[in-house]
Design a binder for this molecule. Sequence first.
Ligand code: ADP
Ligand code: MG
Length: 705
Amino acid sequence: MPTTSQHTDSKSAGSLGSEQLSQSVTALKGVGAALAEKLTKLHISTVEDLLFHLPSRYQDRTRVTPIGAVRRGDEAVVVGQVSLSEVIKGRRQTLIVRLQDGTGSITLRFFHFNTTQKKQFQKGALVRCYGEARPGASGLELYHPEYSLVAQDQPVAVEDHLTPIYPLTEGLTQNRLRQLIHLALAELKKAQVADWLPKSLFPNLPSLKESLFLLHEPPPDAPVFELQEYKHPSQHRLIIEELIAQQLSLLKLRQQHKHHRAPVFNGTGNLSKRMLDQLPFSLTGAQNRVIGEIQQDIQQASPMLRLVQGDVGAGKTLVAAMAALNAIEAGYQVAVMAPTEILAEQHFNNFTQWFTPLGLDVAWMAGKLKGKARQAQLDQIAAGAPMVVGTHALFQETVIFKNLGLIVVDEQHRFGVHQRLSLREKGQQGDLYPHQLIMTATPIPRTLAMSAYADLDTSVIDELPPGRTPIETVALADTRRDEIIQRVSAACHQGKQAYWVCTLIDDSEALQCQAAETTFADLKTRLQGLNIGLIHGRMKAQEKADIMAQFKANKLQLLVATTVIEVGVDVPNATLMVIENPERLGLSQLHQLRGRVGRGDQKSYCVLLYHAPLSRNGKARIAVMRDTQDGFQIAEKDLELRGPGEVLGTRQTGLAQMKIADLVRDQYLLEEVNVAANKLIQHHPEHLTPLVERWLEGAEQYAQV
Ligand code: ADP
Ligand code: MG
């Protein structure tokens, strides 16, 4: 990374630029090795880390709420006189204490208590307590509230700022952590803090120092509601800073990438022309545009890193094929990697069909390929087969490429930043890096793409090939399974084909396959006149290929499958899909599955056979599937309902683990963040590294590439 010399210093002084703050937590009074050890579980090792350990929420203990004004769900401090105190005997003993303050009464309920406690609550005693009011047998109740007794003539003590609630770890209490952060704040007060976001970028936001003080110890008049919603200016200050840091780290990756050298593909386009001539259709406008964008990239001597987004059925494979032919024509090898074996096989078949007439060999590699067959493919790859198709097994050490010039990764959302990097390393030959084309059928909402994929250029195939008919989606409870089976039977007897998809929430492939086998047996006895096939992930590659071939040739009318058929599988005569337990799947996955039908010119149907009762979220998801077929809208909804980690598969990328920002909640800030990040790059390049180091854990990994 082009680390400029002026901020190598800032690292030794911590990213806040202060010696005191970069000290170990053990420099704080009362912090020994044992406590320091516990803190590392929260990723806290320095005083500065403590300051960036932010509250997840707040409680307001700065005022006493009249009992009559407490509403259900409130967390409040109340003070009242004991009007009743009794132990109720039942399956377990319960101590009930009624408090009143003239405005109303409230009940405290204790399931665990000792004799001292029981005696404390004398009739007439004045008690101050804090808890969440819940509806109970006797009106509003506080279960196990924090409480203390107040002497009759003593003023009731309240806190002088809102109480922060921090994420904790075992063996550490809120109080202890608050004390520590209080000590850290005292250090912060004395320290000079380097603000890497210049005031001119965000004139209306408080400084970093002010923000940290406010968030750890908000004054009593701080708007609790705003804080809970993460809409307070001090939170904005930090959220924006963290999002900028995230984006910068990705942009840096991209910059570094652009510094590498790559092969230049400037052929005549002769091979592509010959292939297009063989096709029974012509490219869509969108396909042509995206192919043009790719061609611009691969004529440069720096490696392409381009994400092609296109809805299910948009024709991404063909776009990849065109790019591949450019590379091959220039004398380079191309590798196409797919996330599942079924999809890889399908690509293998497509490419073989397209490329064989051009005189080009296609090699195959998958984890299940063993022995001699494997060796034969390895030899072919090493000898320079122009096209290699496979699963991630392609990037194992035993695979040696010859002159690899282009890597195509299909269904990108399953791979994270780190996998992208390792692919790149794998393809490196001498000082040349291969170009990379990444294709996803899970369209990433634009704002999110700016953050999560800022290291990539993007192209969108925003047009489907002509002649597709919309899919009608219906949701039915699985109590109507018999009816659906009849419907499948009727469709198949009319010459159409159908999929029956069995799902399971858990990742256990074994269970999923078992469910499919049971369903297969059941449907076979009930639909005797039909040829029914079964396909799942535990079958041998050859078996799967045979079944797929039979289904494609209409020798099987009904295919019972697990979600292995989720991506890519293409049989235009299949017009009906039944998905069992759709509520267990994410929307984007359902959209992928559903995209297996509606691929021909006949009207297609998708039946979501759900298991009642549905949760609210489940209902919402099913409604989205019924109402739209637009992959972008579905991805947006999926993001709202499930969060970015699930949608992007970013658990590996680290994006989902930000300190304060949340890509979904804070989406509306992303435009602003984008603009600010660019200004920083232009006008304050020396701030970039310290900013990224401040926010990104393990930032070194970015520094090394
Ligand atoms: P996806 O974008 O989902 O990967 P595919 O590449 O599998 O889509 O293409 C889906 C189907 O559309 C394939 O049968 C493919 O041959 C066909 N197809 C691709 N491009 C066109 C086009 N321009 N006109 C007609 N059919 C096309
Ligand atoms: Mg595809």
